[in-house]
Design a protein. Structure first.
Length: 61
C-alpha cells in the first residue's frame, strides 16, 4: 500500500497480501493468488478471496 493510503481492516489485515508480502511470506501469497476472483481497490493486488485484500472489488477478466 502507498504511504498516503490508510487501511481500515483492523485485525483482519494480517492475512492480506500486502502484509504477507512485507513479511516475506511469498509461498503463502502464491497460494492465495493462483485463481484470482477479486482485486484490491487500494493496491491493485489480485486474490482468490476477498478475505485476502483490504478493499475487494470483483475482478473483471
Amino acid at each position: 500500500m502507498e504511504a498516503t493510503q490508510t487501511c481500515h481492516c483492523g485485525a483482519k489485515h494480517t492475512g492480506h497480501i500486502c502484509m504477507l508480502k512485507s513479511a516475506g511470506r511469498l509461498d503463502d501469497v502464491a497460494h492465495i493468488t493462483d485463481r484470482p476472483t477479486v482485486v484490491c481497490f487500494t493496491c491493485g493486488a489480485e486474490a482468490n478471496s476477498e478475505d485476502n485484500v483490504c478493499s475487494p472489488m470483483p475482478l473483471d477478466k
